[in-house]
Design a protein around this ligand. Sequence first.
Ligand SMILES: [Fe+2]
Ligand SMILES: [Fe+2]
Length: 309
Amino acid sequence: MSYVSIRVSTLRGEQKIDFNAYLKINGKMLLYLRRGDSFEGERLNRLKDKKLKKMFILDDEENKYREYLQKNIEMAYDEKSGKDIVARAEIVQGQQQSNAEEVFEDPNNIEAYSHAKEAASKYVQFLMGNSKAVGAIMNILNEDFSVAHHGVNVSGLSIALAQKLNMIDPKQNQLLALGALLHDIGLNESGIALNRPRSDFSREELLIYKQHPTLGTQKVREMKHFDNTVIKIIAQHEEHIDGSGFPTGARESELDPLSILVSSANALDRLLTFEKIPRHDAVKKLMIEQVGCHPLNQIQLLGEIVKGF
Ligand SMILES: [Fe+2]
Ligand SMILES: [Fe+2]
């Protein structure tokens, strides 16, 4: 029998599966979830706790898995599905995270990039069309400190911020959402334990860390399918408007406005996700410790967004 891998991040929600899902343990396939079960609650949490990214299905059931994904995502994006925003956000978050993981693993794959790009537009509509959506996305815990999950958060916060700033160009917002989703492509394999304050990093770790925007840019800049705006966001997302950021110390006038926005959203989610700082304290911390690094109105608007969670 031959198996194909599926991403755990795509397995969300209460919909029953009509395929068998296996775990690979010591080289052996173990039936974990049977046809007719769903991935609700405990089961999914146990998988997440194990930091398991992939499961397996029999290759002749791949179509059934694809249908499951399709049904799930259609329901999640359907305003009239009657499902609550929490259930919908779980599915949307899972799909976005999976899209980021696919591009991180193989930036050469044009199909993976196009799929992520197309889905970024739907994500924008979902966020802008539901006042509770960004909160529901941000309320999903990133327990394993996944860089892809962090990308989904930064993308959500960036779009919420764009909406507050009355940025309504759908094309621009699509690239903003995609760039924010993929911004840490150079950090994904850094090997550094990210779940602590940067002040705790050793000198060597800090050196490696500070290279991640450059590493990410090098990975993708030769690829014709990557949009320029996305490459710019990857390169500039750690820069600050006062020149205190990295890797180049560029200032506001030299930075793309979309990179500035992602840098603000990224600074907030870094504190929330990796340093586990409570929301209101995180915004305060930005306001006090990073004043001057980001536009003041963006920090204030992020504060308003966080209040709505
Ligand atoms: Fe980063
Ligand atoms: Fe980041």
